[in-house]
Design a protein around this ligand. Structure first.
Ligand code: ZN
Length: 173
């Protein structure tokens, strides 16, 4: 937090950009970084690349496919399916050891390119939808603080683990 790239709108990639060896290497490095830091998502601006790309562990919690490979999503466009918002805890690799409650759409539709530069469409709910909204925000220079209804739930990780994690049944604590 504090690096200007995290507050800058990232640029879109063409399918030809996506297929370059340079970009494929960046994607592999981002997946390695996400796994190393035990994150569930990582957007390119978090590694100081101002492009519309993120990786996400979208089978992480509430989907059946818990062993799925991390997904690579490029130029994502989100449309909410219905108005329902859910408030739940989030953290961010760019804001270490802080948690806060953030409202997000429960159910979304997503259009994007995959790492082959092909158009894909998918639907995501609950925790996967939360990751996608958090990461897509990074591509627009938005951090999770900006989405909070208030700062009352802002919590250091130590206090989160002590007072909130069990009650909220959060696996990541
Ligand atoms: Zn983040």
């Amino acid at each position: 937090m504090g690096h200007p790239v995290l507050r800058t709108k990232a640029r879109a990639l063409s399918p030809a950009d996506v297929r370059t060896a340079e970009l494929q290497t960046l994607i592999d490095d981002m997946i390695d970084t996400m796994v190393e830091y035990r994150g569930v998502g990582l957007a390119a601006p978090q590694v100081h690349e101002g492009i519309r790309l993120f990786v996400g562990d979208l089978g992480a919690r509430d989907e059946e496919d818990a062993d799925a490979e991390p997904m690579v999503l490029i130029n994502p466009e989100i449309s909410p399916v219905g108005p329902e918002m859910v408030e739940d805890w989030e953290g961010c690799l760019s804001i270490p050891d802080i948690r806060g409650k953030v409202p997000r759409y429960r159910d979304i539709r997503l259009r994007a390119l995959n790492r082959k530069g092909e158009r894909i469409e998918m639907r995501a709910k609950n925790f996967s939808a939360r990751i996608i909204q958090h990461e897509t925000d990074h591509l627009d220079g938005v951090l999770f603080f900006d989405r909070m209804n208030g700062f009352e739930s802002l919590t250091f990780l130590e206090e989160y683990s002590r007072y909130w994690a069990k009650r909220e049944d959060d696996e990541e604590a």
